[in-house]
Design a protein around this ligand. Structure first.
Ligand SMILES: [Ca+2]
Ligand SMILES: [Ca+2]
Length: 247
């Protein structure tokens, strides 16, 4: 090989090495720890993913970016609320229709659907199979079929004639809904006399004295009018608390 040829080979090698280094750097940049990241912004595909992304952002940065908030409204049809959680389905009850006395334990979805009309959706997305005392089927050491299409089958012939008694449940997805737990109103009781003395303006005083006026979500209760300029505030720990301003 002449000098020119050698140079060409060396040049080719340098270019190849450079490419490899560049690609490695690019991959590392996209996914530094091999961690799965939630897509942020308008690229997010489902309501569920968008909501999970927002919860992650809130935890990491203390706020959620506007594009993601808009995306949640668009995909979910409701707004993000850090005090609520998103539910996109539910587990059925546990089913145990069979005992392993015959050929084995047959907890098939077909039989369960026939015997419990309307209780098991057509396309469940997850299944759990356990023994009656709550051990996962994988912990029993038995040869058990547990899958989302069939349900569970344990054949005695495959398990020394001695299948355990199993139960199963499946997860059925539905349209995502926002579930917010409403705190029960904390009742703070104040007498008319205390109201006229202005105790309603001082929440800590009301809490300490526990006087006979009850403030609920619907307004003051117990026959006391708080007056025209009453105000409702959501107090500490999201308990609705009634007080009168400027009284
Ligand atoms: Ca049984
Ligand atoms: Ca069973």
């Amino acid at each position: 090989m002449n000098k020119k040829g050698k140079s060409a080979v060396i040049f080719g090698l340098i270019v190849a090495l450079g490419l490899v280094a560049f690609m490695t750097a690019t991959i590392a940049h996209t996914n530094p720890q091999g961690k799965q990241t939630h897509p942020v912004g308008i690229e997010t595909e489902s309501c569920q993913d968008a909501y999970a992304g927002a919860e992650e952002q809130l935890q990491d940065r203390g706020e959620v970016n506007l594009r993601l908030l808009a995306n949640i409204e668009d995909k979910c049809g409701f707004e993000f609320d850090e005090d609520c959680s998103i539910e996109f389905g539910e587990w059925t009850q546990w089913f145990d229709r069979d005992n392993p006395s015959g050929t084995g334990d047959w907890e098939t979805l077909n039989s369960l659907r026939n015997e419990n009309p309307g209780e098991i959706c057509d396309n469940p997305t997850q299944i759990e199979c356990q023994t009656l005392d709550g051990a996962d089927y994988t912990e029993t050491g038995q040869a058990v079929n547990c899958d989302i299409d069939t349900g569970l089958i344990c054949l005695n012939s495959e398990n020394n004639g001695d299948c355990e008694d199993y139960k199963i449940r499946v997860f059925c997805e539905r349209e995502p809904v926002l579930v917010c737990e409403e705190e029960a109103p904390q009742c703070i009781e104040v007498s008319p006399r205390d109201v006229s003395f202005g105790s309603c303006t001082d929440i800590s005083f009301i809490e300490e004295t526990n006087l006979p006026q009850c403030c609920g979500f619907d307004g003051p209760q117990g026959g006391i009018s708080c007056g025209a300029d009453q105000e409702w505030v959501v107090g500490v720990a999201a308990f609705p608390t009634c007080y009168i301003s400027n009284s």
